[in-house]
Write a protein that binds this ligand. Structure first.
Ligand SMILES: NC(=O)c1ccc[n+]([C@@H]2O[C@H](COP(=O)([O-])OP(=O)(O)OC[C@H]3O[C@@H](n4cnc5c(N)ncnc54)[C@H](O)[C@@H]3O)[C@@H](O)[C@H]2O)c1
Length: 456
């Protein structure tokens, strides 16, 4: 047995059914059935000085930002760093140990952290195929969850997650951190109040200069990796040498392409600013044009949505050509009857109808004079973690709960489904479901590895 492999007998002894809120048979037999049996216990109340204990899952890349943001928040202690890659786990442990008095424990199996009643919050920065299944397990174990965008690998998972949040009576924040950026919040409130009249067209974009991922060769699983637990809910595939880490993003089996990898941020902001939810109509064009290799998702993609309010949005993604739009590699431009808004992270410019600048804010200028944070990415990102912890400790409203995250992510899933099917889709504006196209609707959900299906 390697270090990462959970010792089932030992685990069952230590993880009492009551503390997990899970059925034992379901725990290992099926992730889904386990949750159906869960009875939520009331969420713990925290006093102003009570410690909030965290476990962070996945610390190769984004999870290190989780480490920095959580350890910067007073009253939070990271007890576990969970990763199926022993090297990534060691990185996470080392970074955390620099920031707090007690070094965290590294765990190869995140389920051990779920079994610890001391753990109050779980944060998830694993590949996309794990987001919903892991979040559902954590909620069922009574933990509050911060899950990276996109909160689902397919739209059905988002629906399950909303249900799991309601059943567990726990909180879930999606890592769409712009929802907590102060200047953006302020200007979106002004847009809602008619700053540029009626908003009717929102253009969003993302550009990067990524290289080829080549062609992977079957290879022995490296000794630093628990590949079975890395694949988890995804049906098993042979290990190839160009998938882990990061390149899983470009495979439909695990990832969701650039549309959800980076499009989520701007599309979420644009949807929020324009006050729209599900569309009437979606279409998408593009392809894998820059290189011929194992990359399956489009590297060049446009998605367009029409909304019942008489509004349209679009996203342009260029993964392998970073020529900017409006001098920005990513952004949001919103056109209204009385002017135009350019939103760039925590910065913005408002133009009148003649193109004259009427209002502007740079990222490092803050609307709230008491806010002493700089404009660096992690300082701004920390505000979103702070909002999550404030919600857990004091009952503050979450800035990006599952209900909001699911719609933004769902718009992009619909775009990907349209691209994969090569046709326009029409949607039920109450829930985004695809109308009169059972074949496209098949991509609303995925197949799971038997025994690993998430269910609520
Ligand atoms: N909010 C943001 O701005 C932002 C930025 C970057 C990435 N992300 C998101 O964060 C996620 C992670 O991205 P990344 O670039 O760090 O990916 P990555 O592939 O570099 O790292 C993922 C880590 O998760 C680990 N992992 C896989 N299965 C696991 C399991 N069962 N338990 C514990 N750990 C497991 C992997 O071993 C790896 O260390 C993605 O979903 C991505 O979209 C968000």
């Amino acid at each position: 047995m390697n270090d990462n492999t959970i010792d089932r007998r030992k685990f069952l002894k230590q993880a009492s059914v009551a503390s997990l809120g899970l059925g034992v048979a379901g725990y290992f037999g099926s992730l889904g059935r386990a949750n159906a049996q869960a009875t939520p216990s009331p969420a713990k109340k925290f006093g102003a000085n009570d410690k909030i204990t965290a476990a962070i899952c996945g610390t190769n890349g984004r999870g290190l930002t989780h480490v920095h943001c959580l350890t910067n928040i007073p009253g939070v202690e990271v007890k576990y760093i969970c990763d199926v890659d022993t090297r990534a786990m060691a990185k996470g442990v080392k970074e955390t140990a620099k920031k707090q008095a007690n070094a965290p424990q590294g765990l190869g199996d995140f389920r051990k952290a779920l079994a610890d009643p001391d753990v109050d919050v779980v944060t998830i920065a694993t590949p996309d195929h794990w987001h919903t299944p892991m979040a559902i397990l954590a909620l069922a174990a009574g933990k509050h969850v911060y899950v990276e965008k996109p909160l689902s690998q397919n739209p059905h998972e988002g629906e399950m997650l909303i249900q799991a949040v309601a059943q567990s009576q726990r909180l879930l924040q999606m890592g769409a951190q712009r929802r907590s950026f102060p200047n953006l919040k302020a200007i979106i409130e002004e847009l809602h109040n008619g700053l540029i009249g009626k908003t009717y067209f929102g253009k969003t974009w993302y550009a990067n200069g990524r290289g080829s991922i080549g062609h992977g060769k079957p290879a022995p699983v490296p000794d630093w990796l628990n590949y079975d637990l890395w694949q988890g809910p995804a049906p098993r595939r042979e290990f190839v040498d160009n998938l882990i880490h990061y390149n899983w993003h470009w495979h439909w089996h695990y990832g969701t392409g650039e549309a959800l990898n980076n499009g989520t941020h701007e599309v979420d902001v644009c949807r929020w600013a324009m006050g729209v939810t599900w569309p009437t109509r979606v279409s998408s064009n593009g392809g894998r044009y820059a290189f011929q290799d194992d990359w399956e998702t489009p590297d060049t993609q446009t998605i367009s949505w029409d909304f019942p309010e008489g509004k349209t949005m679009s996203w342009e993604g260029r993964s392998c050509n970073n020529f900017p739009v409006e001098k920005l590699s990513r952004g949001v431009m919103i056109y209204g009857t009385d002017g135009v808004a350019l939103l760039d992270g925590n910065a913005y410019t408002i133009y009148d109808k003649k193109g004259k600048v009427v209002k502007q804010m740079k990222s490092n200028e803050v609307v709230d004079a008491t806010n002493t944070l700089s404009s660096t990415g992690e300082d701004l990102d920390q505000l979103h973690f702070a909002n999550f912890i404030d919600a857990v400790r004091n009952g503050a409203a979450l800035n990006c709960p599952a209900t909001e995250g699911h719609v933004s992510v769902g718009l992009l899933h619909l775009g990907n489904i349209s691209w994969r099917k090569g046709r326009e889709l029409y949607c039920d504006t109450s829930n985004g479901h695809i109308l009169n196209d059972d074949d496209a609707m098949k991509l609303w959900q995925r197949e799971y590895e038997p025994g690993w299906e998430p269910k609520v």
